[in-house]
Design a protein around this ligand. Structure first.
Ligand SMILES: Nc1nc2c(c(=O)[nH]1)N[C@H]1C(S)=C(S)[C@@H](COP(=O)(O)O)O[C@H]1N2
Ligand SMILES: [Mo]
Length: 258
């Protein structure tokens, strides 16, 4: 990255701000910042005037993290995501991942174990059939991807909040993190993890979750954007240390509310 000198005309700093906001991957956030963020505003929000491309990106990242805490404060555990009639389900459902369909991960359900770590009293790994024996719940909700599509689907499985209580997770901790069978990972705030519609999804449209949608388990969070819904989850942890995520570490907003 090119470092520029500290003494530069103000208009050049404005140009850098434009470039830096262009680098923000999430289109809706990018559009929002381009419409609303001035150099003066950025200075006001972060307490200093960024003067290099690097400090500009760092300042924008600080605004995005500040936005996380505002979204966290506004998030109400009692507010439900809209649900839809089964007639509106899109089947087949769109596939998306950071790779193409020819690379869909084939996880063996018999060997699969859900590994648990962090601030959890009982870290015994779980097998698929054990999860299937827990009380299940299903919802028809809309999945919204920041790449510009949305579709309605039905996911069924174990409410994540009930599972976290069962394994003795520290419910006052800040984050729940997920690690997937591909290179994907993400993390969510505890309030969203305990939200009544957040599911450890084992089913899609009444049948076993197919490989393309994240077999054997996908965490379905209808209050969050698509990239916050990890597929092929194989490990879960509870922590107070910010874990980030695959797209979040590349500039997507971490809270990712929909
Ligand atoms: N393991 C894993 N989970 C993932 C992704 C991924 O690449 N790998 N992509 C995310 C994104 S950006 C979207 S939109 C949804 C797509 O889920 P779908 O294939 O069921 O539509 O998965 C999310 N979860
Ligand atoms: Mo997405």
């Amino acid at each position: 990255m090119v470092r520029k000198t500290i003494t530069q005309p103000r208009h050049e700093a404005e140009l850098m701000l434009r470039d830096a906001t262009r680098n923000i991957v999430q289109p809706s956030r990018r559009a929002f910042l381009q419409r609303t963020l001035t150099l003066g505003g950025l200075t006001l929000l972060t307490g200093c005037t960024p003067d290099t491309e690097q400090s500009m990106e760092a300042a924008l990242m600080r605004v995005s993290r500040w936005n996380d805490s505002v979204q966290g404060l506004l998030f109400s555990p009692a507010t439900l995501a809209p649900t839809y009639p089964e007639s509106m389900i899109r089947d087949p459902f769109p596939f998306n991942a950071y790779y193409g369909e020819e690379e869909i991960r084939q996880v063996n359900g018999d060997d699969w174990r859900l590994e648990l770590s962090g601030l959890v009293a009982d870290r015994t790994p779980w097998r698929l059939e054990q999860l299937r024996r827990l009380p299940q719940q299903a919802q028809v909700t809309r999945h919204i991807c920041v790449e510009g599509w949305s579709a309605i689907g039905k996911w069924g499985g174990v409410p994540l909040g009930a599972f976290l209580r069962r394994i003795g997770a520290d419910l006052s901790a800040r984050y729940v993190g997920f690690v997937c069978a591909d290179d994907y990972y993400t993390s969510i705030d505890m309030a969203s993890a305990l939200h009544p519609q957040t599911l450890m999804a084992l089913d899609w449209n009444g049948r076993n979750l197919p490989p393309r949608y994240g077999f054997p388990m996908k965490v379905r969070i209808p209050t969050k954007l698509g990239y916050k819904n990890p597929k092929h989850v194989q490990a879960m942890f509870v922590t107070n240390t910010y874990p980030g995520g695959y797209w979040e570490d590349r500039g997507y907003n971490w809270f990712g509310g929909s």
